[in-house]
Write a protein of this length. Structure first.
Length: 59
């Protein structure tokens, strides 16, 4: 997997994670469903609220 963090430069990880979580909840989509839709595992979706490194395949 290619590291996508450079494309997210300047975006606060916590804010991004919260926005994704809130949008997912409003849409009634589970972490697993979101992960399947965007091609990442559920655990990576969960990690978005914490660290972007794990979620986006960066060392």
């Amino acid at each position: 997997m290619t590291c996508l963090l450079p494309a997210l430069a300047g975006i606060d990880a916590r804010t991004l994670g919260e926005r994704i979580r809130d949008a997912r909840r409003r849409a009634g989509v589970s972490q697993e469903e979101l992960g399947q839709a965007v091609g990442i595992e559920r655990t990576a979706v969960k990690d978005l609220s914490g660290t972007l490194s794990a979620a986006f395949g960066c060392p």
